[in-house]
Design a protein around this ligand. Structure first.
Ligand SMILES: Nc1nc2c(ncn2[C@@H]2O[C@H](COP(=O)(O)OP(=O)(O)OP(=O)(O)O)[C@@H](O)[C@H]2O)c(=O)[nH]1
Ligand SMILES: [Mg+2]
Length: 219
């Protein structure tokens, strides 16, 4: 099966190279970097390492992922950040599990193995509130509703609707996956971000919370 990795980026020059190098340990992997207005060397580094770089002019984490996944040729898609916080070494075993366990979607869980070092108490509380809200509104149990590393079949993704263009894409894709098929969460070791996050913890956290209520009313 052909594998495509999709990585959204804005100014990730310090880390994008390591993420790509880690992913290249998988034979014949296609790596797509969807970049929005980086003013540093993110695009040049990604291209020099053999990734396909797509420019997306419109801001939005979800917008970037939609563009990247649309352009992917893989049967299986791997999604992760360009900040080198998610482990690339685990991608290969996760692909094996996706196939052997006959599931449609794997979401990586940062909570089970979390350390104070890489995942702050504020993030933990925020994530827990969002997990609880999802449980109440959609009757869905997730350990890490905000995780940004997933592995799934491209044909499965094509069935999904109602995916947000913003940071809420991350909760939307899991809710859709559970609605349409079988999702499992697998614990991973989350690393520390060494550069400035694009996420605005309070702003995006509340936005993601509000989004869940709007989604509940609309669906
Ligand atoms: N193309 C594109 N990439 C984005 C956008 N917003 C965020 N990203 C990238 O998406 C990934 C996730 O953003 P992060 O800032 O790491 O968000 P996060 O992981 O929730 O927050 P941290 O835990 O602080 O890292 C990173 O690789 C960003 O560079 C966007 O609007 N467009
Ligand atoms: Mg990140």
């Amino acid at each position: 099966m052909k594998i495509t990795a999709v990585i959204p980026t804005i100014n990730e020059e310090r880390t994008i190279g390591s993420v790509i190098d880690g992913l290249k340990k998988i034979d014949d992997i296609e790596i797509i970097v969807v970049d929005t207005h980086s003013t540093d060397k993110t695009r040049e580094i990604a291209e020099s390492k053999g990734a396909i770089v797509i420019n997306e002019n419109n801001r939005g984490y979800g917008t970037a992922y939609k563009k990247g996944i649309e352009n992917a040729n893989g049967d299986i898609i791997v999604c992760l950040d360009g900040d080198n916080t998610y482990p690339t070494d685990i991608v290969k075993p996760l692909i094996d599990i996706l196939i052997m366990d006959k599931v449609d979607f794997i979401s990586c869980d940062r909570m089970a193995l979390r350390t104070q070092h890489s995942y702050t108490s504020l993030h933990y509380v925020g994530n827990s509130v969002l997990n609880l809200t999802i449980r109440m509104l959609f009757k869905i149990n997730l350990n890490d509703s905000q995780s940004g590393m997933w592995i799934f079949y491209s044909d499965f993704y094509k069935k999904m609707k109602n995916l947000s263009n913003g940071m809420s894409f991350s909760e939307d894709i899991k809710i859709e996956a559970i609605k349409l098929g079988k999702l499992i969460e697998i614990p991973i070791i989350y690393g520390m971000r060494i550069t400035k996050p694009k996420l605005k913890t309070w702003h995006d956290g509340f936005q993601n919370l509000l989004h869940l209520f709007v989604k509940r009313v609309q669906n």
